[in-house]
Design a protein around this ligand. Structure first.
Ligand SMILES: *Cc1c(COP(=O)(O)O)cnc(C)c1O
Length: 438
């Protein structure tokens, strides 16, 4: 059979299968790293999305802290519509104004000192790869070690994976880039002991560990991280891929902790509001100077289309006063959930609109499934946490509708346990996080 015939046979059979349910076609055509998708989505508007059966959902996850302005926001759509026909992509042999303006805006929002600089990437993991290389350049032969925190998540490419603590993510891909050690988060003595030999290039940390179940670092520990790294000539790299861009009610989460300015910070998720873009900011001329011409690169990173969209996201957050909105709504949501007085809810962690609802039993995957049935999109980053990271433009009423629904969702998730306090069989729970899409 000639090659041409094989190709037309293949496209004929694809055409024939196009009426098969989309879930089946997904299972046939995709590499199964994400497990089975819960729904096929076709449309979004504001904080709502619709599936292919026409059912509406309140999107309380925002594409995992990505859709900062929700779905179809006019500022984002206009930026795309205006920039796409003008100039969408050039290589990094050339500069464009949106890229320069975005770099300047990020440096200003970060309060970065004179001489700081930005590297643009296309995702969180790539921003962290840039930070890893920065750390290696700082470390050289004298500082071969890099510290990350237990329960960290920094991405799926090999360098970022080396910084990610979860064994199930790492072990199938060994050997990973070397020199990375994990220290228990919150343990200042362990931190100081690890840094004492002055052979550590960098400490990498998330201000709030999102994938670990929305677990904030103690502000005192974050300050200790800053002081101990400064005292020992070690870089402090903050991964704000999930916590940045207004998510916690300040532009970047570390700005909520006085006295903490990192040496480098990585961003992605909310930055493009759905358009893939990441960034690494190097604070001050010395750190910026660690990467010189030719030492790093990217084809797509910082293209004018992505930069124009990111500028629209940042401009809208500023003009619409969304930081204040996020702070107020985050507090009222947490208070409303706690005011339910439901013994099955133990706490509400996090800040702004990145929240983890702690459950007394490991039934979070069933609660997330019940929520979806009831028309709410949330997720279970660990077996006893429900995470919400909704669009920053969500209303108090929308958030409140989920808070009010929680007791019924808990009933639906564990009917045997409702009232009777029967033990929940954790083995019956679908896996919480092994196929987390991030
Ligand atoms: C999501 C995430 C990443 C990875 O970002 P991708 O865009 O999925 O590569 C890295 N760090 C943190 C803290 C994240 O939440």
């Amino acid at each position: 059979m000639s090659e041409g015939t094989a190709i037309s046979d293949a496209s004929a059979s694809r055409a024939a299968s196009s009426s098969a349910p989309l879930a089946e076609r997904y299972a046939e055509a995709m590499i199964p790293v994400f497990g089975t998708p819960q729904r096929v989505l076709v449309r979004g508007e504001g904080c709502r999305v619709w599936d292919d059966a026409g059912r509406a959902y309140l999107d309380l996850l925002g594409g995992i802290a990505v859709n900062a302005l929700g779905h179809g926001h006019p500022a984002l759509v206009d930026a795309l519509a205006k920039q796409a026909p003008q100039l969408a992509h050039v290589s990094n042999f050339f500069a464009t104004e949106p890229q320069i303006e975005l770099a300047e805006t990020l440096l200003s929002l970060a309060g970065a000192p004179q001489g700081s600089g930005v590297f643009f990437a296309n995702s969180g993991t790539e921003a962290n790869e840039a930070a890893f290389k920065l750390a290696r350049r700082h470390g050289g032969a004298e500082r071969p070690r890099i510290l990350a925190l237990e329960n960290s998540f920094h991405g799926r490419t090999m360098g970022a994976l080396a910084l990610t603590s979860k064994a199930a993510y790492r072990e199938p891909f060994a050997p990973l880039p070397g020199g990375v050690e994990f220290i228990p988060s919150g343990d200042t003595a362990a931190l100081e002991a690890a840094l004492a030999p002055r052979d550590v290039a960098a400490v990498v940390a998330e201000p709030i560990q999102g994938e670990a179940g929305v677990r904030p670092l103690d502000p005192a520990y974050l300050r200790a991280l800053r002081e101990a790294t400064r005292d020992t000539g070690t870089l402090l790299i903050l991964d704000e891929v999930q916590t940045g861009i207004g998510r916690t009610g300040s532009w970047f989460a570390h700005q909520g902790v006085e006295g903490v300015v990192p040496d480098a910070m990585t961003l992605a998720k909310g930055l493009g509001g759905g358009f893939p873009i990441g960034a690494m900011i190097a604070f001050g001329p010395e750190v910026r100077g660690l990467l010189t011409a030719g030492q790093h690169g990217t084809t797509f990173g910082g293209n004018p289309l992505g930069a124009a969209v990111a500028l629209a996201v940042l401009g809208t957050i500023r003009e619409d006063g969304l930081l204040e909105h996020v702070r107020t709504l985050g507090e009222s949501f947490a208070a409303r959930v706690l005011a339910l007085g439901d013994p099955r809810i133990t706490e509400v962690r996090g800040a702004g609109l990145l929240r983890g609802i702690g459950l007394a039993e490991p039934i979070a995957p069933q609660v997330a499934a019940a929520a979806l049935e009831a028309g709410f999109i949330v997720n279970a980053p660990d077996p006893s946490t429900i995470r919400i990271a909704p669009p920053l433009v969500i209303t108090d009423q929308e958030l409140g509708s989920f808070a009010d629904a929680l007791p019924a969702l808990l009933d639906a998730a564990a009917p045997a346990a409702a009232g009777a306090a029967a033990p929940v069989d954790p083995s019956a729970a679908p896996a919480a996080d092994d196929k987390d899409p991030s």
